[in-house]
Write a protein that binds this ligand. Structure first.
Ligand code: ZN
Length: 341
């Protein structure tokens, strides 16, 4: 029995199409998941438009933000049952002996391979998932929202684990995409005063940031950054990732402040990093997430403290992937969600 899948089949721009694929066979430590919903990530768009900077195992089924029901269990899997409602982490392949893995930081194992680029992802009906990736989803949390646990975990790691926020801190988030808005939402949960900065074309997405109680700024955020004591923001989160945004972050951050870079950008910088030295600023990267972050974020989603509904711009059938990708690519919606056939 075959199912429709959104397949990225070659490195050239636009190499994504619907293909019929076989139901995957699972290994002893895996489960088979019937996908309920799968989010479209900026990285899925980057693979579609071929401006990504990571190796892809073509052809590959896209999609790494997903949840669904367990329908089959491998022989060595314990603690899970058929019918369980789950979401899955993204580190589909890790080396259990890697020193980072042994410290619980398997997200930083350099040999890690994720769904949607290293192994087949979830933009299809059935996906094979190692049982160690699974987390329970409480009944009150719908899959349309639960499938976005992954980007929420990216934001939680950037804001809570990799920044140092105190209640009342002034935080500037550069970039009103999914990760930027979710970073802003998590910073609000930490008690920060938050502004989200975008371009003229980002007005719609910035209005969604306002629904989280953030200040929306088009263009220059200097005035907001310096409003209290003239020195700048306590923390700047770069969720855009182009070279210029790091330069802006260095201008907006206060002396002894913190910059967290969670957005990717393969271009060379071509400007001086001296403001980091002069201002005694910490520049911190943030990548992915691990088990305790997932458990905490699921609790926040289930309790309603963190609400992803404002960012969801629509739910499309996977055969309508092109429209869902296009709307997100144009910034008409912050996040597109797909539903398998
Ligand atoms: Zn993602």
């Amino acid at each position: 029995m075959k199912s429709a899948a959104v397949v990225n089949y070659a490195p050239e721009k636009g190499s994504v199409e619907i293909r019929e694929i076989e139901r995957p066979k699972i290994g002893d430590d895996d489960v088979l998941l019937e996908v309920a919903n799968v989010g479209v990530c900026g990285s899925d768009l980057h693979q579609w438009t071929a401006d990504h900077s990571w190796p892809v195992n073509y052809p590959v089924v896209l999609g790494h933000e997903f949840g669904g029901h367990i329908i089959e269990l491998g022989s060595r899997v314990s603690g899970w049952r058929e019918g369980d409602r789950v979401v899955s982490e993204t580190a589909a392949v890790i080396d259990p002996q890697n020193p980072m893995t042994r410290r619980g930081l398997y997200n930083l194992d350099p040999t890690r391979k994720g769904f949607g680029y290293g192994v087949n992802g979830a933009m299809t009906r059935y996906v094979r998932v190692p049982a160690r990736c699974l987390h329970h989803v409480p009944d009150q949390l719908a899959f349309e929202q639960a499938c976005l646990t992954e980007p929420c975990c990216v934001a939680f790691n950037a804001v809570v684990e990799n920044s140092r926020l105190k209640p009342g801190d002034r935080v500037i988030v550069l970039g009103p995409g999914t990760i930027g808005i979710l970073c802003a939402a998590v910073a609000k949960l930490c008690g920060a005063d938050v502004a989200v900065v975008g371009l003229e074309a980002d007005r719609h997405r910035l209005s969604i940031a306002e629904q989280y109680g953030c200040t929306a700024i088009v263009g220059d955020a200097t005035e907001w950054a310096k409003k209290v004591d003239g020195l700048g923001a306590d923390c700047v989160i770069d969720a855009a990732g182009t070279s210029i945004t790091l330069k802006i972050a260095m201008q907006l951050v206060r002396p002894n402040g913190h910059i967290t870079k969670v957005g990717w950008g393969p271009q060379p910088l071509n400007f001086s990093l001296d403001p980091l030295v002069q201002k005694n600023v910490t520049l911190q990267g943030s990548f992915s997430h691990n088990w305790p972050i997932w458990e905490r974020v699921i609790s926040l989603l289930a309790s309603g403290q963190l609400d992803v509904k404002p960012i969801i711009g629509g739910v499309w059938s996977i055969t309508d992937w092109h429209e869902a990708f296009e709307k997100m690519h144009r910034g008409d919606v912050v996040k597109s969600v797909l539903k398998p056939l």
